[in-house]
Structure formats: C-alpha cells, structure tokens
Design a protein around this ligand. Structure first.
Ligand code: U2P
Length: 226
C-alpha cells in the first residue's frame, strides 16, 4: 500500500474510533406498565397528579435496561441530569400516559426525572433523553394493553381472572409473553399490579423476554377498579 493508501486507512480508523456509537452495555429493556388501581389501593396514600385523576388505563412506570442474568444497571451517568426543556414537546403526552401517583401531588417531573436518572442514563449510548421518553410513549401505544385485555373479556371490575388467561391474551395481542407482577390489596387479595414487556436494545421492537421478573402472582388474581 502506498503512502496515500496508509493515510486513508489511518483516517478511517481514526474516524471509527471517534464516530462509531459505543456498544450498549445492557441486553434488553423492560417496558413496565402499572395499573393505577393496584398502586392506589396498597399505598397508604396515592396522590393524583395536579392535572387530575389519570385515565383508567395502564400508565408507564419506566423503560428499564436489563441484563440477561436478571440484574440491571442503575444511575449510570450522574453528569446527565434530567432537563425538562429537552422533552417540552412530550409533556402533555407524558402527563396522560406516564402519570405520577406519588405524594404529594405534583405534575410528574419528579417521577420522570427519577426514571431518567436511574434507568435512562444507562441506555444513553442508544437513546438521548428525548428519545428515551418518546420511545417509551410509542411502545406503550403499540402495546395497547387495556384494549387487548378488555377484548378478551378481562376488565378492571374487581373480578378475578386466571394468570394464564391474562398472559395468553397479551401474548396473542403483542406476539410475546409478558411478565405479570402482583401486589396485595388491603384485604390481602393478590391483584394485577404491573406488566413487563421486553424490548430490544434499540428501544423500539418487542422481543421474547430473555428473563421474566419474579411476579409473585397466584393462579387467580384480581383486576381492581380504578
Ligand atoms: O422492584 C422494586 C424497584 O426496583 C427497581 N427495578 C426492579 C426490577 C428491575 O428489573 N429493574 C428495576 O430497576 C424499580 O425501581 P424504580 O424505577 O421504581 O425506582 C422497582 O420499582
């Protein structure tokens, strides 16, 4: 190779070093959706957002980078602080689809800040802050969970439904097996609390879960009213 060839090769190597995206350091995401009725009847207090009672729909809890072994990274970049100016175009959709229920009542920025700093900063090699929230919103819309469940006769009516029926309805609806997590209401009934859907490292496509969360659900669980 002549001098010119070497020069071009070195230039390409130099570019490769600095331009290519770093390898992501997680294996997949959980999109975690929570049922507000199950959050509110177990917490000693749940507080509606300042904009009012959220719709009776699943709300986003977070988009969590995870490892195939079941553990997960957290708080990966303390230098990347939540910056609400980067998501101003998404705020009305976040209020609707990612409502906060913690007390005292607030608009939601504290919840989104927590999720960005704890989880979002661990997938920054793939998504910046705007993409992180935008992708989570798109995934929630794509999953359309409440519609899938109600189409299968599974309604938030305080009735009891089988874990298999819930799991299969979602599997048929989105094409992949979800993780189902339960908590207990004040009467100690096990109820549907959160649904985990696995997402590829680009944060856009549903995938089969490499590992399912331990859900603590019995064979029959309640779908609480909200
Ligand atoms: O389960 C309790 C809290 O641990 C965090 N969690 C759990 C499972 C998992 O795969 N990844 C993960 O981060 C969640 O913390 P949060 O985002 O709510 O602070 C979960 O609520």
């Amino acid at each position: 190779m002549g001098a010119k060839g070497w020069f071009i090769l070195k230039l390409l190597m130099f570019q490769g070093l600095f331009v290519s995206r770093p390898q992501e350091d997680f294996d997949f995401f959980y999109l975690v959706l929570q049922w507000p009725g199950a959050y509110c009847d177990t917490k000693r207090a749940c507080c509606y957002p300042t904009s009012g009672k959220p719709a009776a729909d699943f709300g986003i809890h977070g988009l969590w980078p995870n490892y195939n072994g079941g553990s997960w990274p957290s708080n990966c970049d303390p230098d990347s602080q939540f910056d609400r100016s980067q998501i101003s175009d998404l705020v009305s959709s976040l209020k609707k689809n990612w409502p906060t229920l913690s007390c005292p009542s607030n608009e939601g920025f504290k919840f989104w800040e927590h999720e960005w700093e704890k989880h979002g900063t661990c997938s920054e090699s793939v998504m910046d802050q705007h993409d992180y929230f935008e992708n989570a919103l798109k995934l929630k819309e794509k999953a359309n969970l409440l519609q899938i469940l109600t189409n299968s006769g599974i309604n938030p009516d305080d009735g009891f439904y089988s874990l298999t029926k819930i799991t299969n309805a979602i599997k048929n609806g989105i094409g992949f097996t979800p993780g189902i997590e339960c908590n207990k209401d004040p009467e100690r009934n096990d109820q549907l609390h959160q649904i985990y859907i696995c997402v590829d490292t680009s944060g856009t496509e549903f995938i089969e879960c490499p590992v399912l969360p331990r859900g603590r659900c019995p064979s029959q669980l309640q779908f609480s009213k909200f």
